[in-house]
Design a protein around this ligand. Structure first.
Ligand SMILES: [Cu+2]
Length: 473
């Protein structure tokens, strides 16, 4: 929790509401690093993590969390928190049906917890906010990788400090590769490209500035850890795996020439069928897989990925694609991808209320309560299908939220009574709940008893208490 006076001082007069909202910020760009024109640096692809050893069933990884330096801006060293020294972290590529065992040593000065976001796994390996790895200690996480292929990610989840620790760099992709997908003919290899999108605030020395609920100041966009990069592509189809790893920022992404592209996947992997769109929303924690075909472009053409929800002109451009060469393309996007599973008939209904308390003390609430690790908010029976109605009542302040469930993927039934479209037609683990919005989700609790959390994935909000616990028995 934050003292209101302190909060207002940090974000400026009248900023208490603005700092937590998506829009309404005027000239908020702070003194930043020496101005770097957009598209000055090439996109970097995070390296693929190498297992320390392998046996017949399992890949073993050793990771050290530590503060280190990264070159975010050319010629400047930025202090960051990293997994194995990489900013952003290396991508763990797991194979469906093969276990991954990751030993995480905490070489930072504060407790951490490593959550594998989107994974279906036992409680002990979930990275619950109170299952901490103390400084100087290690913890072994075992990932069964039994669920269908998907783009997951791992990130810090130590309660109250997760917002700052993810912001400073403790985040990486975890691609669960599924043999069953290989026959579909989707773009692969060098044409399967991860894009981790986020915002940040830098001081003039190129250091990250973290202010809890300081959304308004974060007007620098990073893709895979570099500011507004360019990416040289071939005139053919690409599969992009997009993750929004911002703390609080939602993107509305489109190509600058409005060219349509195909969405093929969401949080939990492939959609039932591809959906052609010209834009889509991506809130913090969500993933989308999109196929973009650059074949119609001339060699030498450029097209920008833009964010329609940017508050300032300089943050409208996310990155630029430069069509640089021709290449053979035998890939395709089949008309059907992966059917939705039947989640069965719901026998339990729950209602969850999300709102921010802008009183003397700023806090973020679920059902009018801040997170208490000693309280159980929902008791769930294994084998049950439930419908949760999630309501965001922050209409006046215009504050969006989203909802992330640990352990299970859910189907989004509708938003404000209307069926959802685009990437929301697939199974998801995180869903946007705009101010004044009502979202209904259907979820089946299949196995893995224990205490799991659900929370707003705008991490500054969850750090301020917008999190609850469900005990599954
Ligand atoms: Cu929220």
């Amino acid at each position: 929790m934050l003292d209101r006076r302190e909060f207002v001082k940090l974000v400026g007069a009248g900023g208490a509401v603005l700092a937590l909202t998506e829009c309404g910020v005027g000239n908020a760009r702070p003194a930043a690093v020496p101005a770097l024109p957009p598209f000055s640096v090439p996109l970097r692809i995070p390296p693929v993590a190498r297992p320390d050893r392998q046996d017949a069933t399992t890949d073993y990884y050793r990771v050290r969390m530590a503060e280190t330096q990264a070159e975010v801006y050319p010629g400047l060293q930025t202090k960051v928190l990293t997994y194995n020294g990489q900013f952003p972290a290396a991508t763990i590529v797991a194979k469906r049906g093969r276990r991954a065992v990751v030993t995480q040593y905490n070489g930072t000065s504060r407790p951490t917890a490593v959550h594998l976001h989107g994974a279906h796994l036992p409680r002990k390996d979930d990275g619950h906010p109170m299952d901490l790895v103390e400084a100087g200690q290690e913890r072994v996480y075992e990932y069964p990788n039994t669920q269908p292929g998907a783009t997951l990610w791992y990130h810090d989840h130590a309660h109250h400090t997760e917002a700052e620790q993810v912001y400073r760099g403790l985040a990486g992709l975890y691609v669960l590769d599924d043999e069953a997908e290989h026959d579909l003919g989707l773009p692969d290899g060098e044409y399967d490209v991860p894009l981790m999108l986020r915002d940040a605030q830098f001081d003039p020395a190129g250091q990250l500035v973290f202010v809890l609920a300081g959304f308004a100041g974060r007007q620098t966009l990073l893709v895979n850890g570099r500011p507004q990069p360019y990416f040289e592509v071939a005139a053919r189809k690409y599969r992009f795996r997009l993750l929004n790893c911002s703390n609080d920022r939602t993107f509305r992404l489109r190509l600058s020439d409005n060219r349509p592209f195909q969405l093929i996947g969401s949080d939990s992997g492939l959609l039932p069928a591809p959906v052609t769109v010209t834009d889509f929303d991506l809130s913090p924690g969500e993933r989308v897989e999109a196929v973009v075909d650059f074949a119609p472009y001339e060699i030498g053409a450029q097209v920008t990925l833009t964010n329609d929800l940017a508050e300032v002109e300089s943050a409208k451009s996310v990155m630029r694609f430069d069509i640089a060469r021709t290449a053979a393309d035998h890939s395709r996007v089949p008309p059907t991808l992966r059917p939705l599973p039947d989640l069965g008939e719901a026998t339990v209904e729950r209602h969850i209320l999300m709102r921010v308390n802008l009183g003397a003390t700023i806090s973020s609430l679920l059902d009018d309560k801040v997170y208490d690790p000693n309280r159980i908010d929902q008791r769930v029976k294994l084998g049950t299908t439930e419908i949760w109605t999630i309501t965001n009542t922050d209409v006046q302040a215009g504050i969006p939220h989203n909802m992330h469930l640990h352990l299970e993927q859910f189907q989004v039934l509708d938003r404000d009574g209307k069926p959802v479209t685009g990437h929301e037609t697939g199974l998801k683990d995180t869903v946007l709940v705009p101010a004044g919005g009502n979202v209904r989700i259907k979820v089946r609790f299949t196995d893995h008893p224990g205490l799991f959390v659900y929370h707003c994935h705008m991490l500054d909000h969850s750090a301020l208490g917008m999190m609850g616990q469900m005990e599954i028995t």
